[in-house]
Design a protein around this ligand. Structure first.
Ligand code: MN
Length: 703
């Protein structure tokens, strides 16, 4: 028991009414449960839960959370069940322990997507009860503090995950001290040399700047005293990872990072914050663009402070933060400040607002990767504040565009946005908004969202709304194409269209576990099932006609190079007869039961087969992707030695890959060569064909 006496003292100091009995009981239970376990380095395992509970006490949390801290590994590592804990400690503590255990189960995944899913689970748990995440944070912090006993590979993996997920989340939740400690621990583990070098330089700089700082502090204090403004002024050192990020982001050496040392002024009232700001700006010239008022416009994680940078007494830049004591507490402890020892007392409205925001985010975004993007993406960058024509303020992440602004007003405004005026002038839709801009959105009832917008919008709201819309559009296109394909297939088999409404069809739909015939059209349109397979289910004995030879291209990948009437994910093949490449004029041809085959418009086999234009469909090359396409070129050449070697040297000199070569000599000393190559597009192909035709001994080149 003696081991936790100091912890209990600590708890009683901030929460005299704490339930010490339950905390002690949890400690004893945990000690018993873990008694046979050791940590990697050989110390008794109980050291870990004690440290976790101690961190939670540092965060001044309530008794249930501290008890759950002691118990957090008992379900995972010992024979205990959630039921056991519930019986002994009640519903609240059992819930916390169970939720933390469930989170731990998905730990240690390295793939980005798995991490994203992990992260989403954390946020879902958090939306239920923030204390679950606070326990998880304490657990991770202690593991990071004692990382050196693990293998190097494990250290790196845990540090990576911590830097990717835990630190941004701590920042999002406004727990400043935790983010800083986690970031520096990760930095030290992932880049030890750089970390040590920076550490050394910062220490040197601190020494040099010591005098300077005390000078600044005394000048400010002298000004404040006669005005009766009570303020605590302290110099502080930026954390190593923060400096490292500045070096990377601004591409400057350490020597040019000015704000390694900052000054923080903590006073009693908001009015005094602004008084102090006025005094500082009258003492020294301010550095333009660095003043930020997070008091009148708090960050979404509730952070409030005034930030400014001035050119100080000896010409050196000084970064200053001015805030009240309460604001400082929130800056350091974030959401944890609202969960401390109030036990069941009402949480204040700010934290309620935060939890609502979080719930909305969890609800709005179902995809884990999008989710990770949302929280990571909107945490780190600063914010711009822009105005509606009516003077309302909108807070958006840096680099937001008029489209982001439009969606922040209403999705109907975003969906219909055709242009924007900023400060009265028309700007492009990809224009980056600046603080203070007055933004007016121009709409048109016929406008619809474009997939291209995804390339420049930055807010998650805009992204998910645009995706929602394009997905619906794709479905529409899928239905259209699927209908066409299946009707064609029915006609070919001499079956009546009415069969689509028959009970047989209902059975097929049920068999595929989809809702209705529309879903079936979508499946066919997207190439997930062929019309032929559907007909086979309806009329199993129908036989398959001979199909033209085609080469199958991968389906449903990022590298899809064909867009069919604005639909993605359609099963298509590239016609083997003419092998089109991007840039060629192309047309899609609905191939029975096999989706769409892409031909060049002038393809001769198309002329032969495509008598009914009903089966033709408009297609386009899509711009994205670095994929290459195979195509064939036929050469007639003089049958001279070395011609193939010269040819392949020429082709590889323009970075084109040869997939295969067939050569045949004729009796009259000529050679026929068939080259299959992988080219980017028609331009590259035509350029190459021109070069080949100028080669010595080449008589004729054609596709
Ligand atoms: Mn643990």
């Amino acid at each position: 028991m003696e081991k936790i006496e100091s912890l209990i003292e600590k708890v009683l100091a901030y929460n005299p009414k704490a339930n010490i009995d339950i905390i002690k009981k949890a400690y004893i239970f945990s000690r018993e449960a873990h008694c046979s376990q050791k940590r990697v380095e050989g110390s008794p395992y109980i050291q870990h839960p004690i440290s976790v509970a101690d961190i939670l006490a540092d965060m001044k949390l309530d008794s249930a959370t501290i008890a759950a801290g002691f118990l957090h590994d008992t379900i995972e590592d010992t024979g205990m069940s959630a039921e056991d804990i519930k019986e002994m400690f009640g519903v609240e503590i059992a819930f916390l322990v169970d939720a933390v255990t469930k989170l731990s189960k998905v730990e240690f995944m390295t793939r980005e997507e798995a991490q994203a899913e992990n992260f989403r689970k954390m946020l879902l748990a958090m939306a239920k009860d923030v204390r679950v995440i606070l326990i998880k944070f304490a657990d991770r912090l202690h593991n990071m503090r004692t990382l050196e006993h693990l293998s190097e590979e494990k250290q790196r993996r845990i540090a990576r995950e911590t830097l990717d997920i835990y630190a941004p989340l701590a920042n999002r939740l406004g727990i400043g001290w935790l983010r800083i400690e986690l970031e520096d621990l990760c930095f030290k583990t992932l880049m030890p040399d750089l970390y040590n070098e920076l550490q050394l330089k910062v220490a040197q700089r601190k020494e040099e700047s010591g005098k300077f700082i005390s000078e600044v502090i005394s000048i400010i204090s002298e000004k404040l005293e006669p005005l009766g403004i009570d303020a605590k002024i302290k110099g502080r050192l930026k954390h190593n990872y923060g400096i490292y990020q500045k070096i990377i982001k601004q591409k400057i050496p350490f020597e040019q990072v000015y704000d390694v040392i900052g000054i923080r002024i903590i006073t009693d009232t908001v009015a005094h914050c602004y008084d102090i700001l006025g005094i500082i700006h009258s003492l020294w010239p301010l550095v333009p663009g660095r003043f930020k008022d997070f008091i009148s416009l708090p960050k979404s994680n509730m952070y409030q402070s005034l930030h400014t940078t001035v050119v100080g007494p000896s010409g050196e830049r000084v970064e200053l933060q001015i805030r009240t004591k309460e604001m400082d507490e929130i800056a350091e402890e974030g959401i944890a400040a609202h969960w401390r020892y109030k036990e069941k007392a009402a949480r204040d409205s700010k934290s309620a607002r935060f939890v609502t925001w979080l719930r909305d985010l969890v609800k709005e975004i179902s995809d884990a990767k999008e989710f990770l993007e949302a929280v990571k993406g909107e945490v780190i960058p600063d914010t711009v504040y822009v105005f509606t024509p009516a003077g309302d303020i909108k807070e958006l992440p840096v680099d937001s565009t008029p489209i982001d602004f439009a969606f922040s007003i209403h999705s109907a405004v975003g969906n219909r946005c055709i242009g924007a005026k900023v400060n009265g002038r028309i700007v492009p839709l990809r224009y980056k908004l600046n603080s203070g801009d007055v933004v007016e959105i121009l709409t048109s009832p016929t406008q619809t969202p474009s997939k291209d917008w995804l390339k420049f919008v930055v807010t998650q709201r805009a992204k998910s709304r645009i995706r929602q819309w394009t997905r619906a559009e794709e479905r529409k296109g899928g239905i259209e194409l699927g209908t066409k394909l299946i009707e064609e297939e029915l006609r070919r088999h001499g079956l009546p269209l009415a069969i689509l409404k028959s009970s047989k069809m209902d059975e097929v739909i049920k068999g595929l576990s989809i809702q209705n015939i529309e879903d079936l059209y979508v499946l066919i349109g997207y190439g997930k099932i062929s019309a032929k397979q559907v007909i086979n289910k309806l009329e199993p004995e129908k036989e398959e006609p001979v199909l033209p030879k085609t080469t199958t291209r991968h389906v449903k990948t990022k590298d899809d190079i064909i867009t069919i009437k604005g639909i993605d994910n359609v099963l298509y093949r590239i016609g083997r007869c003419c092998m089109p490449v991007p840039g060629d004029n192309i047309v899609g041809f609905i191939t029975k039961g096999k989706g769409v085959t892409i031909h060049r418009k002038q393809c001769s086999s198309l002329e032969r087969t495509a008598v009914d234009t009903e089966r033709m469909i408009e297609v386009q090359w899509s711009q994205e992707g670095e994929a290459t396409s195979q195509t064939k070129v036929y050469l007639e050449a003089l049958d001279k030695p070395g011609i193939l070697a010269n040819l392949s040297a020429l082709i590889s000199s323009v970075n084109v890959n040869i997939a295969s070569v067939k050569a045949e000599s004729t009796s009259d000393k000529r050679a026929w060569i068939e080259l299959t190559m992988e080219v980017k597009d028609k331009n590259q192909l035509v350029g190459l064909m021109n070069k080949i035709s100028q080669m010595d001994g080449i008589l004729h080149v054609r596709r």
